[in-house]
Design a protein around this ligand. Structure first.
Ligand SMILES: CC(C)(COP(=O)(O)OP(=O)(O)OC[C@H]1O[C@@H](n2cnc3c(N)ncnc32)[C@H](O)[C@@H]1OP(=O)(O)O)[C@@H](O)C(=O)NCCC(=O)NCCS
Length: 189
């Protein structure tokens, strides 16, 4: 059985280069700026532009969300905000949940931060929440994200053809999933 208290109580997860902290009011400006970044919007297939007030309300409400986990990714040593991630759509009966991650600007990508953040979150998802399966959707053109997910134990499970229409072109999305044992093998635990 999964432990819902591990979703209610928002953790701080510390790695070598990143620290994941509960997403909150203090992150609104960075969260909002990231939502306006065109390349991040393309990679995440985000059509809608949120306003500042909506971003503020979202960040402020995250600590009260009982059934999901939204964490800001901060990088050592100055605890600079570099993105956010979420464990969501938790299904207690099947012990599954969905995952999403987005660094906040392209300048933060390619430095190993996303992989470390994903590993920290998966460790928490399997060890503390006691999930069995974590899944996600990623666009087929997003090779960097796919490489990171594979290295964390995710495997491609399916393809949603033409799921995204972006600036007149259609793109497939891939479903990827990682089971607890897959993750433990890649993490060497
Ligand atoms: C996806 C994301 C979380 C990955 O995190 P990251 O910190 O940039 O990635 P890392 O630096 O940890 O690792 C990148 C890996 O991808 C590989 N990679 C980069 N570009 C690649 C490409 N075009 N093809 C194949 N592999 C590629 C790198 O070689 C590296 O693997 P290696 O360390 O084994 O060499 C981050 O880039 C991000 O948030 N991007 C913007 C939004 C986004 O795409 N979100 C995901 C939506 S599903």
């Amino acid at each position: 059985m999964i432990d819902l208290s591990a979703l209610r109580e928002k953790p701080t997860l510390t790695g070598e280069r990143v620290r994941l902290v509960p997403l909150s009011e203090e992150h609104v400006d960075d969260f909002y700026a990231s939502a306006q970044d065109d390349e991040i919007r393309r990679l995440t297939g985000t059509h809608r532009r949120i306003g500042y007030d909506e971003a503020a309300e979202w960040c402020a409400g995250r600590s009260e969300a009982p059934d999901r986990l939204d964490l800001a990714i901060t990088a050592h040593p100055e605890a600079r905000y570099v993105g956010e991630l979420a464990l969501m759509e938790v299904d207690p009966d099947n012990e599954t949940a969905a995952y999403r991650i987005s660094l906040s600007a392209i300048e933060f990508t390619g430095q190993g931060l996303g992989r470390e953040a994903t590993r920290l979150l998966l460790e928490y998802a399997f060890d503390r929440v006691r999930l069995h399966r974590v899944w996600l959707e990623v666009y087929a053109f997003n090779m960097r994200a796919i490489a990171v997910y594979r290295s964390c134990g995710f495997a491609v499970e399916g393809r949603l053809r033409d799921a995204l229409l972006w600036e007149g072109r259609r793109h497939d999305a891939l479903i990827m999933g990682v089971l607890e044992n897959d993750f433990r093998k890649t993490a060497g635990l």
